[in-house]
Write a protein of this length. Structure first.
Lengths: 264, 323
């Protein structure tokens, strides 16, 4: 419970910091606030705990992640739900967030971290291009590829702070959280880029029901993988059942106070 | 005189930079590699590397170091172009199919992100904090310029200041930064660095104004895209701002822009003809010449050498582009 409360505070802190850093009036007026992957904030915060520049490193890594996620929204056909202007601004928003990350690190003269994140972007774009234009025989192969994309920036940071041993556990944990998140979106009839990608690239997955069943099965497998890793030093820090999205969402909706959330 | 002739003495160095660009955009992933190469091979004047090299000639010219700056700036320019083509839904650039046309939007987005990352990987070889502060600031301003352009689209009532601020961000800053970064990496004295920055800024402003004029006066073949594209896309440039001083043109364009769906190539043709036959082109050219004059004046503060002569010749070339 104590750690959960601590995480919620950390998430709130970084959400505010990210929001402040990317503030741009016209983008704010026309685009939804970008999705901030809160499990990545927690993982990064724990990884960089002992570094004096912790705040800057977490912030800039998250900005790069948000920039790349923003560009993922640009589909091949302008989405009918969004106006042409929104699509155009989405392209620029991603570029803007990238510029901000570079500017923050340049102002702090942290060239090695600029290079590290640029290396990360470079590797992610190559892996994404492979994944987006591939045909996967089954979901397992897709998930193996996607796990590398999902955890690439955090793996880079782990190497930077000499915590390479954390990578296998954190990668699986992030994928587990990703699938949990996607299943909630499917249950709420919300389409995501990730769902669309699976339907377009994995053979045999055509509709919502099949997608839901496949992801549920994959989540169970990841659950088992994480249980096998329960002796891993990171399994205590980033618990498998840490349900940050749920608490965070309820808080945002104002349905409960932090204390109420923790007592449930 | 051809533009390349104005800096012929840099031919060998520019060829090395071209090789460096080809090496730096290489990707293991096949589509990414092809798309990046397509973008690179589409050509371009490589103006930013030229400005970096020429500015460096006023200090310690260390090609290995300068090469990184020159190619990084060209990569950033390329990355912004590939994303611009998604924004403008353009199928042609310099008469060749764009990445988004040959592949799709997603490939264009990833290619832009990849090239941008390559630029930073290279630029971090320069361990000069001020250089990174300048470049990162320029990149943010460049994006804000593009955002402002979208904000001002189809707005007939805007002022000259808006336009100048927008082209400063969109074009002039990357050129002035190219000159300034060339100066910094070559350790020139402060006075020269400042003069080179100002030269780049004024040149960039003049260059963009001429480009905006050419959109009306050049042929589709010369432009590599349909003439009048800017206005069809709702971009109000300097010639349009001057033409809008005529109440009839103002009324006609206001009516046309009141419904974006009716802004077609055919519908805009009569307005383009009126803009061309008005004195708007001439007035816009005068503003460009004024910036050009300022660029010449900035050069007066620099010592005489071959690079200074080239910078003057580039200004002559830009100023005398056939409009």
């Amino acid at each position: 419970m104590v750690s959960l409360m601590k995480y919620i505070e950390i998430i709130k802190y970084y959400e505010k910091l990210i929001t402040k850093s990317i503030k741009q009036v016209y983008l704010q007026e026309h685009l939804k606030h970008p999705l901030i992957e809160i499990h990545k904030i927690v993982a990064l915060n724990e990884l960089i705990k002992s570094d004096k520049k912790q705040e800057n490193l977490v912030l800039t890594t998250m900005l790069v992640q948000i920039a790349l996620n923003t560009h993922d929204q640009i589909g091949n056909h302008f989405d009918e739900r969004h106006s042409e202007k929104e699509q155009q601004l989405t392209v620029l928003a991603g570029d803007y967030y990238s510029g901000i990350y570079y500017h923050i690190l340049a102002s702090n003269n942290n060239l090695s971290f600029i290079r590290l994140l640029a290396d990360g972007i470079n590797e992610i774009t190559q892996k994404k291009m492979h994944a987006y234009y591939n045909t996967y025989e089954n979901i397992d192969i897709f998930l193996n590829d996607y796990e590398l994309i999902e955890a690439k920036l955090i793996s880079k940071v782990a190497s930077y702070v000499n915590e390479k041993n954390a990578i296998p556990y954190i990668s699986k944990w992030l994928m587990y959280k990703k699938l949990q998140y996607e299943l909630v979106q499917i249950n709420n009839d919300r389409k995501t880029f990730y769902q669309q990608l699976i339907i377009e690239t994995v053979i045999g997955i055509n509709g919502k029901k099949q997608l839901k069943n496949t992801l549920t099965y994959s989540l169970e497998k990841l659950d088992q993988d994480l249980s096998v890793m329960n002796k891993h030093q990171w399994s205590n820090t980033l618990e498998k059942d840490l349900d940050l999205y749920h608490i965070s969402l309820l808080q945002k909706k104002g349905n409960m106070t932090l204390e109420e959330g923790l007592s449930k | 005189m051809k533009l390349a002739k104005t800096y012929a003495f840099l031919k060998k160095d520019l060829s090395l930079i071209e090789d460096a660009l080809e090496v730096s955009v290489y990707a293991d992933q096949e589509i990414l590699n092809e798309a990046s190469l397509q973008l690179l091979k589409a050509g371009g004047k490589r103006l930013r590397p030229v400005f970096v090299l020429l500015a460096s000639k006023f200090g310690d010219y260390n090609l290995e170091k300068i090469k990184n700056v020159a190619s990084s700036l060209e990569l950033i320019h390329m990355a912004s172009l590939v994303h611009d083509d998604v924004i403008d839904n353009s199928d042609l650039r310099r008469g060749k199919p764009t990445v988004k046309a040959k592949w799709d939007n997603q490939v264009a987005m990833l290619t832009g992100d990849y090239i941008f990352a390559k630029a930073l990987q290279q630029f971090t070889e320069i361990e000069e904090p001020r250089a990174h502060q300048i470049l990162s600031h320029t990149m943010i301003e460049l994006t804000i310029g593009e955002i402002e352009q979208i904000k001002d689209k189809y707005k007939v009532d805007q002022n000259f200041r808006n336009y100048l601020k927008r082209i400063k961000r969109k074009t002039a800053l990357l050129i002035s930064s190219s000159c300034q970064l060339g100066a910094i990496v070559a350790n020139t004295d402060n006075k020269s660095e400042k003069a080179l920055f100002r030269y780049g800024y004024y040149m960039g402003m003049s260059y963009q104004i001429i480009d905006d004029i050419l959109d009306f006066t050049a042929s589709e073949k010369e432009l590599g895209k349909p003439a009048g594209s800017d206005l069809i896309n709702g971009n109000i440039t300097l010639p349009v701002l001057y033409a809008l001083e005529d109440p009839l043109i103002h009324k006609e364009l206001t009516n046309l822009f009141s419904n974006k769906k009716q802004v077609t190539s055919d519908a805009i043709k009569p307005i383009i003809s009126k803009i061309i036959s008005s004195n708007a082109i001439e007035k816009a050219k005068k503003v460009s010449d004024m910036y050009l004059q300022k660029a010449y004046e900035s050069l007066q503060l620099l010592p005489n050498n071959q690079a200074k002569e080239s910078l003057e010749n580039i200004a002559n070339y830009i100023g005398n582009r056939k409009i």
